[in-house]
Design a protein around this ligand. Structure first.
Ligand SMILES: [Zn+2]
Length: 244
């Protein structure tokens, strides 16, 4: 037998982990000289430096232990990566999975969809007022659509339509209050309807089951049979739609 004399060199890998309901990517650098595991967030994002032989489990445990810190830092970092959004004519916004180009139009008081454009007016609006008008339009669209979808899913379960509110969270899509009130993130109005429906069905299912038990997921599955795929897609692309 030859001697096992493989030289230990530094390795770098792209890894991801589920923290809470978030999917977090990081760069894992293993080096023979390191003694302890270190977490670091710099301009390249989340990075983990680990001893060559550190078990992945140990790294995962450390990330989970510091999940709140990691999520906060990664959130800050992602926000810095995003160029500031311009709410001006010619830019586009997403509305139920479809891009709409912002167009200034005279004679328009309430924004209006015209094929793949969103007409906003009047032309005398200051940039700030223009942005406010587009934002409040998106919020109204969100509330109307979520209310409709939640009512439809509730009816399927034989329940009364819940009160739906908009939330402004940066880290979650929806929640269901013990009183039966549902909150859904207004930013989700940018996402495709299948995702909006997944979140609506998830929260409506909580009206039956205030937990994530097997019975809960069976209820979600009764409303949205392919919920697992939708959930995975939503988790994967969360950042695209949460930042606005
Ligand atoms: Zn839930």
């Amino acid at each position: 037998m030859g001697t096992s004399n493989r030289k230990k060199v530094t390795t770098v890998a792209e890894v991801s982990i589920e923290l809470g309901d978030r999917h977090v990517h990081y760069t894992l650098r293993r080096s023979p000289r390191r003694r302890a595991i270190a977490l670091l967030i710099d301009e390249r994002g989340l990075r983990v430096a680990a001893p060559f032989a550190a078990p992945q489990q140990k790294i995962d445990d450390l990330l989970r232990e510091h999940a709140a810190w990691v999520l906060r830092k990664v959130g800050d970092w992602q926000q810095k990566q995003q160029p500031p959004r311009q709410w001006i004519a010619g830019e586009s916004i997403m509305h139920v999975g479809k891009a709409l180009t912002l167009v200034v139009e005279s004679g328009i008081e309430t924004p209006q969809i015209a094929e793949d454009r969103l007409l906003v007016g009047p032309p005398s609006l200051t940039p700030k007022a223009f942005e406010a008008r587009v934002r409040s339009w998106l919020r109204r669209q969100a509330l109307a659509l979520y209310t409709r979808r939640c009512a439809a899913f509730s009816a399927q379960l034989g329940l009364a339509a819940p009160v739906v509110r908009l939330s402004n969270a940066r880290t979650r899509w929806g929640s269901c209050h013990a009183s039966g009130r549902i909150s859904m993130n207004w930013r989700l109005i940018q996402a495709p309807l299948t995702w909006i429906d997944y979140v609506a069905a998830h929260e409506v299912a909580h009206l039956r089951q205030m937990n994530h038990s097997r019975a809960f997921w069976l209820t979600v599955g009764a409303l949205v049979p392919d919920y697992a795929e939708r959930r995975a897609a939503l988790r994967r692309d969360t950042q695209r739609y949460l930042l606005l």
